[in-house]
Design a protein around this ligand. Structure first.
Ligand code: CTP
Length: 409
């Protein structure tokens, strides 16, 4: 259980912060809500008090003897501001402190996560762009807004990311306060996620149990660290991570085409998708009927190996990351299989994890070992998938920096 301050600024997305609050308290965090005066015009104090099980802290004068404008920031292990309006970001960037939330931001020494939501024009305004750059330079985490429907009938960039995604990144910062540096700015990363489906007929397919959660966490963490992210999603039923460009693919061949296209100018490709090794040789264009009797055994043909193809077409400076979901058997452990797969695939990094009943697939937690082609092995203990994602980006970032140094010398 951690002490979290949830700052809520005055935007219509304040109503979504109620859901975020619920998610933070449900996992046991002690959340103090600090709404601005404008936020209370959108969602009243009673809602925040009921969901956080404590009175809201809305001004610097109530219970002044406890010096709330200093205490809240000092005690917090994480401050999340959601939504962060253009006005709030401007105040934070300039160190203004005219209410309890801005005072708290000045006294906090813990990680601060700003989650902007505003109209596209305000997001794109040079003043906002500069303010965000200032906050990031000082070490605050500022998420990219999601794209889609805004308050009116207009659409564009500026929506608050999904509360589940914000909660996931908040949890990551509580466990690993330095997990979201802005170190992938200017990089294009491609992440594949989910599991391919190889059609047998228009309604049936050969598939697998991948939910896409690990790949989505990898994409969300990369976007929060500043990368331009293309997420190739195979049959995933999860909301798009904010800031990622999502390309949908069904089968292995579709996924190969989408990944290869996106990888053309990529600095990193992470092949997290569970790609079917084989597909039915013949696809029937009508539903196979029971009345036709037991069908002939399904003939299969090999699918492209996307990762192996990328390794063959290696481009200097482009890092390739594979995943290996293994069970271990009588001949070798999970880790042995992972080491052998890294050697066979020839990628730069490979994350090996154990799968089986109740492990990895469809779960929100994962554990794994990040194997490097240089012989390095980094274990990540069981925890939220975003924690494994952050450890992977640490490994990638270190290699990108080393490549940069080598090419400069
Ligand atoms: N992969 C791929 N294309 C395939 C199969 C796998 O790009 N047709 C990628 C996966 O995305 C993953 C890595 O290769 O990053 C390892 O996948 P895995 O299924 O474990 O490896 P396989 O080579 O298929 O080995 P096996 O199934 O025999 O363990």
């Amino acid at each position: 259980m951690s002490k979290v301050v949830l700052g809520v600024a005055g935007g219509i997305a304040a109503y979504k912060a109620a859901d975020l609050l619920r998610k933070l308290t449900e996992v046991g965090h002690d959340v103090q809500v600090v709404p601005t005066a404008s936020a209370l015009n959108f969602v009243g104090a009673a809602t925040w008090a009921a969901l956080s099980h404590r009175p809201v802290a809305a001004d610097v004068w109530t219970a002044a003897e406890d010096v709330p404008h200093v205490q809240l920031g000092r005690q917090a292990e994480l401050v999340v501001v959601a939504p962060a309006t253009a006005d709030l970001l401007a105040k934070a960037a300039h160190g203004l402190a005219d209410d309890l939330l801005t005072n708290t931001l000045l006294t906090a020494r813990c990680p601060v996560l700003f989650v902007p939501a505003m109209h596209t024009e305000m997001w794109d305004h040079p003043a906002t762009v500069d303010n965000i750059a200032t906050l990031r330079r000082r070490g605050s985490v500022v998420l990219e807004p999601a794209s889609g429907r805004l308050t009116g009938t207009d659409t564009g960039k500026g929506r608050l990311p999904e509360p589940a995604e914000i909660a996931q990144l908040a949890e990551l910062l509580l466990r690993r306060p330095a997990a979201l540096p802005f170190d992938l700015a200017g990089r294009h990363v491609v992440v594949s996620a989910g599991g391919t489906r190889e059609p047998l007929d228009p309604v049936r397919f050969l598939g697998n149990a991948s939910s896409g959660r690990q790949g989505y966490a990898i994409a969300a963490v990369a976007a929060a660290r500043g990368a331009r992210v293309t997420l190739v999603a195979a049959n995933v039923d999860l909301p798009d991570p904010a800031g990622a460009d999502v390309v949908r693919a069904g089968s292995a061949v579709e996924l190969r085409d989408a990944v290869e296209k996106a990888a053309e100018d990529a600095d990193v490709v992470v092949m997290n998708a569970a790609v079917a090794d084989f597909r039915p040789s013949d696809t029937v264009d009508h539903k196979i009927k029971k009345s036709g009797g037991v069908p002939a055994p399904i003939a299969l043909q090999e699918n492209p190996d996307v990762l192996a193809d990328l390794v063959r077409a290696a481009r200097p400076g482009r890092l390739l990351v594979g995943f290996a979901a293994e069970t271990g058997d009588s001949t070798a452990t999970v880790l042995d299989h992972g080491r052998a797969k890294l050697a066979a695939k020839g990628c730069d990094l490979l994350v090996v994890n154990a799968v089986g009943p109740g492990k990895a697939f469809g779960q929100s937690d994962n554990a794994g070992v990040i194997l490097g082609s240089d012989g390095s092995e980094t274990s990540v203990e069981l925890g939220p998938k975003a924690v494994l994602a952050a450890a992977l980006w640490d490994a990638v970032s270190a290699r990108l920096a080393a490549n940069g140094r080598n090419s400069a010398s």
